[in-house]
Design a protein around this ligand. Sequence first.
Ligand SMILES: Nc1ncnc2c1ncn2[C@@H]1O[C@H](COP(=O)(O)OP(=O)(O)OP(=O)(O)O)[C@@H](O)[C@H]1O
Ligand SMILES: [Mg+2]
Length: 275
Amino acid sequence: MIQITGLCRRYGGRYVLKNIDLKIKAGSFVAIVGANGSGKSTLAAHLNALLKPEEGSVIVDGMDTRDADRLFDIRERVGMVMQNPDHQAVASIVEDDTAFAPENLGFDETETQSRVDRALDAVGITHLRQRPISTLSGGQKQLAAIAGIFAMCPQYMICDESTSMLDPTSRRRVLSCVKQLNKNLGLTVIWITHYMDEAAQADRVIVLDNGRIAADDTPSQVFNNSELLDRCALELPPCAALAAELKKEGININALPLTAEECANMIATLTEAAQ
Ligand SMILES: Nc1ncnc2c1ncn2[C@@H]1O[C@H](COP(=O)(O)OP(=O)(O)OP(=O)(O)O)[C@@H](O)[C@H]1O
Ligand SMILES: [Mg+2]
């Protein structure tokens, strides 16, 4: 578990994180959303000790991020995938890049090889292992970055807008890969995004507003709270937006559908009721 208590951070005297209390359970899939500048990346940087709390504490599986002796263990446990697929590779060939973390953690060749094989397989890019990273598409580069992190065998993976530079197909592919790592292999995912359809797929959505937690709830609760969404400048996921438009036209809809499947069910129910 990651336990954040009373976390505050200031830049130039202004609080950009204020009294954050959060528990992130191992195995969960948590989305963090919020307007530009609301503090998402600053919060993420505290989770793997890139930033130390000015006030409050961040405890990762019992290790305090202010404890310099545990820095290495914390960074091994909490991996970070960034936004730009071009800024993450450390080697020129995919499998060498995946091997970088286990090699640096001091594992022998057999263990390194087995971690590389497992990570490339889990991410579904074994067929790309000998390709120069420079020849990959943006989506493939993000998958290679995820494999590189996964080869560390982290318990937590933070993805900070990791799909924002990708086309819709690659975006779906990268999210679906990370969801599988979560569901099948128990990786805890902290998914920072401006895409509400992505946040709607998480177990839990944390909304940041000016450095404070404005909501911490299920996707359904968050996206059915129009006052919260307006206040925090958030949009609805596309399926919910469609339903909200129908609702405005007087069609009887209770909870907004968040996924294509829920939307299809809603339309089927409405069609049946109209017959
Ligand atoms: N190194 C820094 N020096 C000064 N101010 C900073 C620094 N890093 C972040 N900030 C400020 O802290 C606030 C929160 O920034 P942060 O990058 O965490 O927001 P964010 O929610 O990730 O935004 P975005 O959606 O644009 O990525 C912003 O007002 C930002 O300008
Ligand atoms: Mg950010």
